[in-house]
Design a protein around this ligand. Structure first.
Ligand code: GAF
Length: 439
């Protein structure tokens, strides 16, 4: 059995391809080329919309957008990839007048593209007037793999519109030049995804794509989206983060993600909190999470929960959210102290395992392929393994000794063959840089 390693295009290849496609499609040179990365989330899953801290890092795989301004308020776009998970689109140009963009109007990949300038205007990040754009997109971020191809697309277009707006108005400073400006662009991309693409996602993916720091995991406190780089130097410890794309399709707008998020909202409202993170009075720990659950159990009958709500489902959701918030806090503390020992890495592995088990058993966002990837990786010697991203398919990550990466991948591939699942694909993830202008 030989494992399949993902062969993804280099940034140079993607830049050239996006420019060539732009010129072939629109018969002019692009004014600029912009790119934004996909991501892996190390720890802190399904807690960004609960005010938790999340620990993603940017992947080297990126989405490129070659762009030129238009003066008629139209967005015309072409992509070398189709809708998430679909085969190549064959180069069909899709277009929309920005004045006509509104919630419920667009579907497919164009909603992620045209939603961005719409949201930038809504957020007062620039006055578009009659500004539109021609856009050619190409990407090495695997589609539908839970590695945040949607955010990479939004963020590449956001950096592009930011640049085009400043090019037409010399008094306007580029938002991408500062971290606070990038945070504002992330807010617009979140709105584009929530309101125009119709996926009620939480903001981790756009934040890391726009604000990543090369070589670091970013601790993003989702109460206010403040960020702190965290050095989790797996390389120096002789370790690697293996990404296993199960190739079970993942889709965040099919209602399951929204249902999980809604269950946390019901609990938050019943508790009268501004975020579920705020339930902790001190530093979140696993013991404190258990106390919060015990408190919930003793108060649940007197809380104002709608009759239609399944109390068991809500309790399980709270179990996941509160323990996951605590796992992240412990991880941040482990890697903020200076000395990192073999025990530190072993504990990180346990935290990854705890996260997956909670996502599988309490939050129920895993699937058989993810569970098998995680189980097979653990049996083959990973220090820890978990699903990453929204779940219901997509990718898992495993913390593995560098010299056993091949063996781990072979073992997982063999387990998939035995289970008669589609063969997974593998890559080794290294923390990379944020969205920006490429040329
Ligand atoms: C998806 C969403 F887009 C994020 O906001 C986050 O909720 C994640 O799933 C789960 O942690 O990637």
């Amino acid at each position: 059995m030989s494992a399949r390693w993902k062969q993804t295009a280099t940034s140079e290849e993607l830049l050239n391809r996006a420019v060539q496609n732009f010129k072939a499609t629109f018969n002019v040179e692009p004014a600029g080329v912009y790119s934004a990365p996909g991501r892996v989330n190390l720890l802190g899953e399904h807690i960004d919309y609960c005010g938790g801290t999340v620990l993603p890092f940017a992947l080297p795989q990126r989405t490129f957008a070659a762009m030129a301004p238009r003066a008629d308020g139209q967005v015309r776009a072409v992509t070398a990839q189709g809708d998430a998970g679909a085969a190549a689109s064959g180069g069909e140009v899709k277009s929309v007048a920005l004045a006509e963009v509104e919630p419920g109007k667009l579907s497919g990949w164009l909603s992620y593209v045209a939603g961005v300038p719409w949201a930038m205007e809504q957020e007062s990040l620039g006055s578009l007037g009659t500004l539109g754009a021609d856009i050619a997109i190409d990407s090495s971020v695997p589609l539908g793999a839970g590695l945040s191809s949607s955010a990479a697309l939004e963020c590449s277009v956001a950096v592009g519109f930011d640049d085009l707006l400043s090019a037409t108005d010399s008094s306007r400073e580029r938002l991408a030049d500062t971290d606070s400006g990038r945070a504002a662009l992330a807010t617009a991309c979140i709105r584009a995804e929530n309101e125009i693409a119709g996926a009620s996602t939480g903001g981790m993916d756009q934040s890391i794509s726009l604000r990543a720091q090369q070589g670091a995991v970013l601790a993003i406190d989702c109460r206010d989206f403040s960020v702190k780089p965290l050095t989790i130097d797996v390389d120096s410890a002789g370790l690697a983060i293996l990404v296993i794309d199960t190739r079970a399709h993942h889709n965040l707008s099919d209602g399951q993600y929204a249902a999980r998020r809604a269950s946390t909202e019901v609990a938050r409202e019943a508790l009268g909190l501004s975020s579920l993170r705020d339930a902790f009075s001190g530093t979140p720990t696993l013991a404190a999470a258990e106390n919060l659950l015990a408190d919930w159990d003793s108060r649940v009958e007197s809380l104002n929960l709608p009759d239609s709500v399944d109390r068991g489902v809500i309790r399980d959701a709270l179990h996941h959210v509160w323990t996951e918030i605590a796992r992240v806090e412990e991880c941040v503390a482990l890697f903020s102290g200076g000395s990192v020992s073999a025990e530190t890495w072993a504990r990180l592995g346990e935290l990854l395992n705890g996260s997956h088990d909670s996502l599988r058993d309490q939050y129920r966002v895993s699937c058989p392929e993810l569970d098998l990837a995680v189980d097979a990786a653990r049996v083959a010697g990973a220090l820890g393994a978990r699903m990453t991203g929204g779940g219901f398919g997509g990718s898992a990550i495993a913390l593995v000794p560098s010299n056993e990466v091949e063996y781990l991948a072979e073992s997982v591939a063999a387990a998939f063959e035995k289970a008669d699942f589609t063969q997974p694909e593998f890559l080794v993830a290294t923390p990379s840089g944020a969205a920006g202008k490429e040329g």
